[in-house]
Design a protein around this ligand. Structure first.
Ligand code: ADP
Length: 477
């Protein structure tokens, strides 16, 4: 079974968030189960690509009213360590940027529609005109959301209209909309099918994919249900297309996220979990003024409204002024007000708060290993991978009960359960749960139990990848 994954992110080449983790690991697990998955991403001008050797497997161009778009498809030569074939699509002037969605200063690229339509068209021409035939084309998020429409309806592409398409929604908040005046970015199609592109009067790649793909998946079952009631204006669409939608909980890559072998950790897990936690905590806080003898709560993530990052400064301040005993470690970038708020707090109370305003993969591993708790006050959480990484490294998640957090975290009841949850995103509920967390921390037998419960759980792709295989098998004629 040959599957093509088409996406704008893939770990370790180009990562902004969880999309990269999924696209960079699920194919490897599928390939271990006799699939043949190849991954197609843009060729960015980012550090990972430097010095890598690619064999050119296809090069061509297409014409638009005022533009000649040339592209090349290269295959990574030394790909054994990845566990799948990697293809990069090079479109000079469009994809060869120093960031995935924004430049180094965090300024978003203004030509999203032009870049992604070019990427998708180049992939589809490769599929049409080379011998590399796929049994299923699997697209991820709105950046590749026009592929199912083009395969079904564009005159040029009828030779591949029989290939099943799967579309996975990692985050419906980003839909990639653009106006009808840019219709020329797509190859020709009959105007009567224009409705398959549109939502609320504009071209909406995410909505189009939900309409046109043969199957739609979301990254957790609860998120699938939530989209029917709250999806930024697409509620009716999700209810209408519900019959072909499935929620499949994401997994994590146990080869990368392994506390016993992780090369990014200073102290790896031997047999004693307490030693592992204490040593990593000491390393994390070494050279800072933060008190290493208090319980540490961390936050790792994008400073965005979806993640509830704007609540962080007041959660931290109120917890400290309520007399709770925690110290806090925060790693993230994004909203400038949150960056400022967290940094100000850290400057005011350096013995209680450590703030790192950065994107740093290595530090994130060290925080998962060195913290006692990880807080996720998300407003939307399609799946969430942070809580799974935390569990793997013996850190107890404290989460808002929604989306993938609802599906992966069970409240510890003294015997069973792997974390703590608050059911409303309001300060008194959060502080109440933090108080419980503090009690848990000072009862070593319970602390050990809940940590072990989490570490023993298997959130690897082994389980979820089988569900994708079933889906592909169902679709292939
Ligand atoms: P989303 O994709 O919505 O941002 P996920 O929980 O699915 O959220 O995935 C987030 C991923 O990005 C995790 O691997 C997390 O560790 C990583 N991450 C987020 N922010 C940072 C950061 N500042 N530094 C390092 N890794 C980060």
């Amino acid at each position: 079974m040959k599957i093509h994954y088409v996406a704008t992110e893939c770990f370790p080449m180009a990562k902004v968030g969880g999309l990269a983790d999924v696209v960079g690991s699920l194919p490897k697990y599928l390939n271990r189960q006799n699939c043949e998955v190849s991954v197609f991403i843009p060729r960015y001008q980012m550090p990972w690509f430097e010095g890598k050797l690619f064999q050119e497997v296809y090069a061509s161009w297409y014409e638009m009213p005022h533009e000649h778009v040339g592209y090349r498809v290269g295959k990574l030569l030394d790909h054994e360590h990845l566990g799948y074939d990697l293809y990069v699509i090079d479109i000079p002037g469009k994809l060869d940027r120093t960031g995935v969605y924004s430049d180094k200063d965090g300024k978003y690229f203004y030509d999203e529609a032009e870049r992604y339509t070019a990427f998708q068209r180049a992939y589809l021409y490769y599929l049409m005109f080379t011998q590399d035939k796929a049994d299923v084309v699997h697209c991820h998020d709105h950046h590749t959301g026009l592929i199912p429409f083009m395969m079904r309806f564009c005159y040029d592409m009828q030779s591949i209209s029989h290939i099943p398409t799967v579309f996975t929604i990692h985050n419906e908040r980003y839909q990639g909309v653009f106006g009808w005046e840019k219709r020329y970015l797509l190859p020709a199609f009959d105007s009567v099918v224009g409705g398959f592109l549109e939502w609320a009067g504009v071209i909406n790649p995410l909505a189009s994919a939900v309409k046109c793909a043969w199957a739609v998946t979301t990254v957790s079952p609860s998120y699938m249900e939530e989209l029917r009631y709250n999806s930024y204006g697409l509620e009716w669409l999700f209810n209408n297309e519900y019959h072909k939608c499935t929620g499949i909980l994401n997994g994590i890559d146990h080869d990368v996220w392994n506390p016993s072998t992780d090369p990014m950790l200073e102290h790896r897990l031997d047999t004693d979990i307490s030693d592992f936690k204490n040593q990593n905590k000491a390393f994390l806080l070494r050279g800072t003024q933060v008190d290493p003898f208090k319980p540490v709560i961390s936050f790792i993530g994008r400073f965005a409204g979806e993640k509830g990052a704007d609540l962080l400064p007041s959660i931290i301040e109120k917890a400290i002024f309520a007399g709770l005993d925690f110290t806090f470690v925060v790693l993230g970038t994004g909203d400038k007000a949150v960056e400022q708020g967290v940094s100000d707090l850290a400057a005011r109370m350096p013995h209680r708060i450590l703030a790192k305003i950065a994107y740093d993969e290595k530090v994130s591993h060290q925080i998962y290993a060195g913290s006692d708790f990880l807080i996720m006050p998300s407003r939307v959480e399609p799946c969430g991978l942070n809580q799974m990484y935390a569990l793997r490294y013996g850190t107890i998640p404290i989460v808002h009960n929604l989306g993938g957090l609802k599906d992966s975290i069970q409240t510890y009841d003294g015997e069973f359960g792997n974390g703590l949850k608050f059911y409303k995103l309001q300060m008194e509920d959060i502080l109440g749960i933090l108080k419980l967390a503090q009690d848990l921390y000072y009862h070593p037998e319970h602390l050990h139990k809940v940590r072990t419960n989490g570490m023993l759980q298997d959130f690897s792709w082994d389980a979820s990848s089988a569900r994708y295989i079933q889906l592909y098998q169902r679709l292939i004629p």
